[in-house]
Design a protein around this ligand. Sequence first.
Ligand SMILES: [Zn+2]
Length: 107
Amino acid sequence: MTAADGLGGRLQRLSREIEAHLGGLGRGASRVSYRFREFRIAPDEEPDAEDVMFAAQCAVCGECGRPGTDPSGARQWIVRHLSAHPEHYSYRELVSRPYRAVPGAWR
Ligand SMILES: [Zn+2]
């Protein structure tokens, strides 16, 4: 048994294998560092935020009312749709609410 067969030899072989594996990435590639930042997700209430929009959709035929900022407009559309399609009883409210990722501390 030679010295190269001991733990030192195994470490040298492993070191050569790792270096060969990383060789394709170029020198210095293993020294890239990353910083992570915390974010809080919250409703966007900035002055330039999109409006919250409401619409109603018939769950029977899929037809949608025109989206608007007043939620009562969606309910009024349901009444009109029901009068035109008396057998359509199921509806869903569609809400588009803007959210914002608020940057926090760097880690
Ligand atoms: Zn319908």
